[in-house]
Design a protein around this ligand. Structure first.
Ligand code: DQA
Length: 138
């Protein structure tokens, strides 16, 4: 089983960025933990700060991946391009957020991703990613 994690802008700074919201752990360290926890799954992770690169990556993996865990970060609230990319592929997408976006600013309450996602997991810190992976395991 192949699961692809896609992280959007500023998530390369996890561990350094607003630790009171996003925690102290870098995604690289957390990803190592995930690979141990889900050792039977072929897990891959891609991060970009550039909207078009995220769209290109969705096109590349979206017809072969068994599941995409997508944290589009700030593009969640702005990107019709990423929303359309999700509509265009066959692989199921679970939207993930580290923070509870509904307990934050109003502009974080709207997501262009959710209508086209299989489901949404948010507010559990980095553990949101593990819950999303778990959701793909039958
Ligand atoms: C985020 C929430 C977004 O509103 C924000 O722009 C992010 C991270 C989260 O994981 O909580 O960059 O997607």
């Amino acid at each position: 089983m192949k699961i692809n994690i896609i992280n959007g802008p500023n998530l390369n700074l996890l561990g350094k960025r607003e630790p009171s919201v996003y925690g102290n752990k870098s995604f690289d360290l957390f990803f190592n933990d995930l690979k141990v926890r889900f050792s039977s799954i072929d897990l891959e992770c891609f991060q970009s700060n550039i909207e078009g690169e995220i769209i290109d990556h969705i096109h590349q993996i979206g017809f072969s991946s068994d599941g995409i865990v997508l944290n589009a970060a700030a593009y969640t609230h702005t990107s019709i391009g990423i929303a359309d990319a999700i509509k265009s592929i066959n692989s199921p997408v679970v939207e993930v957020h580290i923070s509870n976006t509904f307990s934050r600013e109003d502009f974080r309450h709207h997501s262009f991703i959710t209508p086209n996602a299989k489901g949404l997991i948010l507010g559990f810190g980095l553990e949101s990613y593990a819950l999303a992976i778990q959701s793909f395991i039958k």
